[in-house]
Design a binder for this molecule. Structure first.
Ligand code: ADE
Length: 245
């Protein structure tokens, strides 16, 4: 069971992404709970202002601290509960961080907006800042959805087939091997014979080789960091020497 509390100025954005597919099923099975909180509901002035002009001037609006602080306090966070700000200035999100965060029973996600958030929010209210990549979105809502999706699928019971998160790209630090399904031939494009052979050891070897080949071609820096067995290293050497096509 994992619970996400998401603080946002646009809670309506979360409705349909979390009401489909495996995320919906996991919520129905009560393995996953998603609670979206409208920050504006915690603004106490009559205009329900959640943002304001920046001190010192400049363009754009800045998210105010009081509504965010009250919204977080309403969740009664416990010592150790991560409070994560989604911002392009955060550490880059990856599989390792997803695994780490999937071990918590509760995560609080704060979606940044406008030109930024009052710096005191970063300093005093959040425990971690995460970016989903080196580009800027209109807000932290889509990044929060990406975190929920990638973390939730690592929680036992969320994926139908318990083994399916294990073979994922990145789970062993490598990209996944190519997959095929029926028909065995389409417009003359054939599925590799070995996959039709029923030889499990051969299939396993082929998959490992393809995974290494693909990672070497597309993301060579992952090979450097991956934990490879002696057999993997031999296969890799053969690929590099072009012994294996
Ligand atoms: N908000 C805007 N852009 C973002 C990004 N790349 N990652 C996380 N939050 C964001």
């Amino acid at each position: 069971m994992i619970r996400f509390d998401i603080l946002s100025l646009f809670p309506e954005m979360f409705v349909s992404p979390f009401d489909a597919s495996l995320i919906k099923k996991a919520r129905e099975k009560k393995i996953l709970e998603i609670n979206v909180i409208d920050i504006r509901a915690f603004a106490e002035d009559k205009h329900k202002m959640a943002d304001d002009y920046p001190y010192g001037g400049g363009h754009g609006m800045v998210m105010k601290i009081e509504p965010v602080s009250r919204a977080i306090a309403s969740l009664d966070p416990q010592e150790g509960d991560p409070v994560i700000l989604l911002t392009p200035q955060g550490e880059s999100f990856n599989h390792k961080i997803a695994v780490e965060l999937s071990a918590y029973s509760r995560l609080i996600l704060l979606c940044g907006h406008y030109e930024g958030v009052d710096e005191r929010i970063r300093e005093h209210l959040v425990t971690r800042e995460i970016s989903i990549g080196d580009y800027v979105l209109t807000g932290g809502e889509i990044p929060a959805m990406i975190l929920v999706d990638s973390i939730a699928r690592l929680v036992p019971g969320v994926l139908g087939n318990a083994g399916s998160a294990l073979g994922d790209s990145f789970s062993e630090g490598l990209l996944e091997y190519p997959q095929y399904t029926r028909p065995a031939e389409y417009r003359g494009w054939r599925v590799p014979e070995v996959l039709l052979s029923g030889h499990h050891r051969e299939i396993e070897l082929w998959r490992k080789r393809e995974s290494l080949k693909r990672t070497l071609a597309r993301r060579p820096e992952l090979i450097e960091a991956a934990e490879l067995s002696d057999e993997d290293r031999k296969i890799l050497e053969a690929i590099k020497k072009n012994d294996i096509s």
